[in-house]
Design a protein around this ligand. Sequence first.
Ligand code: DGY
Length: 330
Amino acid sequence: MKPRIVITRAVFPEHLAALREQYDVRDNQPDIAWTPSEMAAAFADVDGALVTGSDRIDAALLAQAPRLRVLSTISVGYNHIDVAACTRQGVVVTNTPDVLTETTADMAWALLMATARRVTESERWLRAGLWKQWSLDQFLGADLHHSTLGIVGMGRIGQAIARRASGFAMKVVYHNRSRLPESVETECRATRVEFDDLLASADHVMLVLPYSAASHHLIGAAQLAKMKPGATLVNIARGGLIDEDALAEALAAGRLFGAGLDVYEGEPQVNPKLLALNNVALTPHLGSASRATRDAMARLAISNMSAALVGRRPAHLLNEAAWPIPTPAA
Ligand code: DGY
C-alpha cells in the first residue's frame, strides 16, 4: 500500500503528478484554505504532510493526526508550526532554507526602492489620471545611494541583502545576537552595532529576522521613536515583528518617510490604518515568489518529506529529537 500524504494548498501540476505516482495523495488544488475542521479531517489518516507558511500546525491539529510522521513545510520560516508538539508526537519537521535566499533579497530591495522612491504611491496617482505636468518637487523621494542601511537579522537573507548594497555605495550596519565571522562581515561590507544604535543611525531599516515570542513587536512606538526622523522601514520577514498601529501612527505623523511591507500580523488581512496611508508600499507576502524559486522550494520540501518517509535523514531537519521516526511508512 502506498503511504498516504496530504498537501494543504495547490502545488505545481508536475509536482502533483509525480507525488501521485508514489503516494496516495489528498490534495487541495482548488487552493481555498481549509478551515480548522477541514484540516483535521484531511490530516486524520496521513503519514506525511506538505504544508505552507499560511497553515497553522498546532497541538490541537496534531492530536487529530495520529499516523502523521513527517511534516514538510514549503517555507524557510516555521513559526506557524508548533515544533515542540511535533517532537513530542514523534513527527519530523523540515523546511526549505537556502533556495529562496537570493530571490527574497531581491524582493527586499524592490520594496526598499519602491518605498524610498515612492513608486507605488506615484503609480496610483498617475493611474488615477492626476498627472497634468512635470514639476520640480513632484514625489520627491529619499536617496538610497550613499545612505546607511540597517539590517536587523543577518542570516543568509540579511547577508544577501547586504551584498547588494555595495552597488549603491551604501554603508551597512547590522544587528544580530552575535557577531558574524570577520570574513563574512568583510564580504558584506557590514559592521555590527547595537540595536538602538542601528535604529538611530540607519536611513533605511530592514527586518530580516525570524519571528518568535521573543521578537514579537520588536518594533513598537518606543523603537519607532528611536529611528532617524525621515527614515524608511522595510519588513520582509514576518508581520508580528511590528506593532502595526504604532507604525501607522509614525507614518501618519511623518516621523518616518515611508514603509515597505511584504508581511502582516493578521495576513491576509491588512491593518486598515496602513491601507489608508500613501507612504507605505504593500505587497502580499511575495518574498520568495519567482517561478524558479517557488519550484525549487516545492521540490526541496517534497524531497525532505520523501526521504523521511523511507527512513532517510532529510536534508533540512528542524527537530533532531524526533529523528529517526519509529517506523518508516514505506
Ligand atoms: C518563507 O519561506 O518563510 C516565506 O515567508 C514563505 O512563507
